[in-house]
Design a protein around this ligand. Structure first.
Ligand SMILES: Cc1ncc(COP(=O)(O)O)c(C=O)c1O
Length: 466
């Protein structure tokens, strides 16, 4: 444990905020290193002659700012002083590292499709119209293209139920702004997409993680949380969960939908990876249409640079979300929305998706060979695999060890339970076994961790992290 005593005597304002400010300064000034373990609430309270409650509030504030992470039963750890790292946003690693940090679809296939689309767009007579302020949720044609794209996941919705927005992250922002108020409890899977946690913290929402297992969210845990409290909504990634890659079965989806309806809890269904597997169970939104906001995006299927996503909800809910869209960006960029519309209409988006699926299968097979994971841990179609970490690995240690060996993994996607390893960028066919070998690169420091396995079967335990 780091012995750290913040200097707060000269700082004004409430003591908890002074401690969080001192922490931020000490991280920035290099006096606290990433991964350092902070004093316990009780110890720091003793040193500063403050109550334990004040220290807890200070650490909660620091966590909200993304400065530290807390692991139940293990303490609080410094996250990162880098600008992106504060608030838990992933940073782009330098090109010298093998980049396994972000879930990028591999490139090239979309380049040609987008280039053709741009040429066609430039020749359009109504181009000038696309340079104006347009309707908040997209033009009728763009919304129809969104409805058509959403139908690829087996969800039949009308254009009036679709909102065109700037990607899934924007959709999540709009949904939380519309449905939740500061202090509300938002349920998530016990391990979840870290930037959702960042978003919830910025909106002053409380996250409650629910137990998951190798098959995803456990419905009985969702039901128990609904009975025990008054959660506002459930955020769920049912297909190719980030980070574990699990796919929730149809039976579980039906149960979760029924529980949401019975307790009047809204579901935010993040289906951003939903079109990657060749086959998948129906969307949660099919089973609880009035209680689900369905979110998808072209980031994983076509290109993240387009920044185009779609929200599908009941016509009333879709209408309710428009003020959040207008207040955050006014509208999705019409040029990009139109380009996406053209690519969907002509089938180019489907062709790109098909190629990405085949390349993903090849990379999954490579991961299976290299990491020697059981078949059950691999999901054809997933851009990432979940590498369970054995005790005493902590996420920050693993990320730092991998970095020392030239591999960037996203510390936000590494937790006590395991590490998410995306398949890497590059063009189809470009992945090389030697180059993408995180198991070799991130082998534990043998002196310190002798005797511990790097991996443990996921099925052995339920995961509960948030
Ligand atoms: C589960 C999940 N949701 C949302 C996003 C953000 O997607 P977008 O680029 O569409 O904003 C990501 C990006 O990796 C993600 O993994």
């Amino acid at each position: 444990m780091t012995s750290w005593t913040p200097t707060i005597a000269t700082r004004r304002g409430p003591r908890y905020r002074a401690i969080a400010d001192a922490l931020a300064d000490d991280i920035r000034g290099g006096r606290l290193r990433e991964g350092a373990r902070l004093p316990t609430h009780r110890d720091l309270a003793g040193v500063l002659r403050l109550t334990v409650g004040t220290i807890s509030r200070a650490y909660a504030e620091a966590q909200r700012r993304g400065l530290i992470s807390g692991e139940v039963g293990r303490g609080s750890f410094v996250r990162s002083g880098r600008p992106g790292g504060a608030f838990g946003l992933p940073e782009l690693p330098p090109p010298s590292l093998i980049d396994l940090s972000l879930n990028f679809p591999m490139s090239e296939t979309e380049d040609r499709a987008v280039a053709r689309g741009l040429v066609a767009l430039a020749k359009r007579r109504d181009l000038g119209r696309l340079l104006e302020y347009l309707a908040h949720g997209g033009t009728p044609r763009q919304r129809a293209a969104g409805a058509a794209w959403v139908s690829r996941a087996g969800l039949r919705v009308g254009p009036d139920q679709v909102i065109v927005c700037c990607g899934a992250q924007h959709a999540l922002t709009m949904a939380l702004m519309t449905l939740a108020a500061p202090g509300d409890v938002v349920l998530t899977e016990g391990l979840t997409y870290p930037v959702f946690k960042t978003l919830a913290a910025l909106l002053h929402l409380k996250i409650q993680g629910l137990p998951i297992d190798a098959d995803g969210l456990r419905p009985e845990a969702f039901e128990a949380a609904c009975r025990a409290g008054t959660p506002r909504l459930l955020y769920c990634i049912p297909t190719l969960h980030n980070p574990t890659g699990s796919i929730l079965s149809e039976a579980r989806r039906r149960r979760i939908a029924a529980i949401a309806q019975a307790h009047n809890v809204m579901i935010l269904e993040d289906d951003i990876y939903g079109l990657l597997p060749d086959e998948r169970p129906p969307a949660l939104a099919r089973f609880a249409p009035d209680h689900t906001i369905y979110i998808t995006s072209l980031s994983k299927t076509l290109s993240p640079g387009l920044r185009i996503g779609f929200v599908a909800a009941s016509p009333t809910l879709a209408e309710r979300m428009l003020p959040a869209l207008g207040a955050t960006t006014w509208m999705a960029p019409p040029l990009m929305a139109e380009l996406a519309t053209m690519l969907i209409e002509e089938g180019a988006a489907d062709a790109v998706l098909k190629r990405k699926r085949r390349e993903t299968e090849a990379r999954q097979a490579m991961a299976e060979r290299i990491l020697r994971l059981p078949k059950s841990a691999l999901h054809p179609g997933a851009y990432h695999v979940w590498l369970p970490l054995a005790e005493p690995w902590r996420g920050e240690d693993f990320a730092a060890a991998a970095r020392r060996r030239g591999v960037a993994v996203n510390p936000g996607e590494v937790s006590r339970g395991g590490a998410r390893l995306p398949g890497g960028r590059g063009q189809p066919g470009s992945a090389r076994e030697g180059a993408v070998d995180p198991a070799r690169h991130a082998r534990p420091d043998r002196d310190r961790l002798a005797g511990h396995r790097l991996t443990a079967p996921l099925r052995e335990r339920a995961l509960h992290q948030v």
